[in-house]
Design a protein around this ligand. Structure first.
Ligand code: GLN
Length: 306
């Protein structure tokens, strides 16, 4: 049974769409490209090629995994984020396009001291010390280290050893190991405890924020494969924002910036949590490219004169 590449791609497309994969056409091709180590552009030149049975079998095995709900990115082991190829595995959340908005806004703050054109009370400088809290694959912090010359140091921190191993790999693969340190621990506890005087110019975080009750309703790719530890934000989805806000002010330098990714329905509650601390000014909420609420940003307020 010798099949052409075009034929096996059609089989792939049918199998994936029959099993409810939403991007069946893209995924069937991506799996072939992954198997052969070729790019999408090269694929077009291969359609008429006859594939040996052994490679057909390997392709069908990959299809079976995808059809059973395993995310494409855990099969191929990579996800592009901010134009950089990040390694991913089941220890980390697959970086989302929505989170690119957060990184772009952070880059604007660092470069211009503005947020979507509005000025912030933040001094322009070229030596930002950034903490990426709940870093997972390191997508946020490593993108900033790699793309933003104003960033001199990034600490990527996570409670998961497995996630930190992936983040370390990414920093080295993307050539920023010298700029990026890693810290294992729960939220800001390691920084309070170990480096008592450690102050960051920016704390940026995409913490787990899905309500526990919503987890069961997530797409099977997310629910059955992505790390729950990176998704479950507790009964109201706000546990991690509350935890971070307990110590954020004491870990930020003067006019330090706090940036959160939030769920599309958390604008009011997260902004209120930040306001309630009484420690921040310029509490701003922003939308992602689809127009959904996605980001909360705030600046550490100066000390009030008595
Ligand atoms: N945005 C992710 C999702 O929709 C959730 C990320 C998170 O909990 N931080 O699956």
């Amino acid at each position: 049974m010798s099949l052409s590449v075009k034929e096996i791609l059609n089989i792939g497309l049918r199998q994936l769409s029959d099993s409810g994969v939403s991007d069946a056409a893209i995924d069937s091709k991506q799996l072939y490209c992954f198997l052969m180590g070729i790019t999408n552009a090269q694929l077009i030149l291969e359609y008429q090629k006859i594939l040996p049975d052994s490679l057909c079998d390997e392709y069908f095995k990959l299809l079976d995994r995808r059809a059973a709900g395993e995310p494409l990115q855990y099969i191929t082991g990579v996800q592009c984020f901010m134009g950089l190829d990040f390694d991913v595995d089941e220890n980390v959340l697959i970086p989302r396009q929505d989170t690119e908005t957060l990184v772009e806004d952070a880059m604007e703050v660092i470069r211009e001291s503005t947020l979507r054109g509005e000025s912030l009370p933040v001094k322009k400088r070229r030596d930002w010390d950034v903490l990426d809290l709940c870093c997972g694959s390191g997508a946020i912090g490593i993108s900033l280290a790699s793309l933003c010359p104003g960033v001199s140091k990034v600490v990527c921190s996570d409670i998961s050893k497995g996630a930190l191993a992936v983040a370390r790999r990414n920093a080295s693969k993307l050539g920023v190991s010298k700029k990026v340190d890693f810290e294992e621990g729960s939220l800001l506890k390691p920084f309070k405890r170990r480096f008592h005087s450690k102050k960051f110019d920016m704390i940026i975080s995409n913490p787990p924020y899905i309500k526990t009750s919503v987890i069961a309703t997530l797409q099977r790719e997310v629910r059955d494969h992505e790390p729950m530890q990176a998704l479950d934000g507790g009964a109201d989805g706000l546990d991690f924002y509350k935890g971070i806000l307990e110590d954020a002010a004491s870990c930020l330098a003067k006019n330090g910036v706090l940036m959160f990714e939030i769920g599309h329905d958390q604008r009011v509650s997260v902004a209120a949590l930040v306001e309630e601390t009484g420690q921040f000014t310029h509490v701003t909420t922003l939308q992602d490219l689809a127009g959904r609420d996605r980001i909360v940003c705030a600046v550490l307020a100066g000390k009030k004169k008595e």
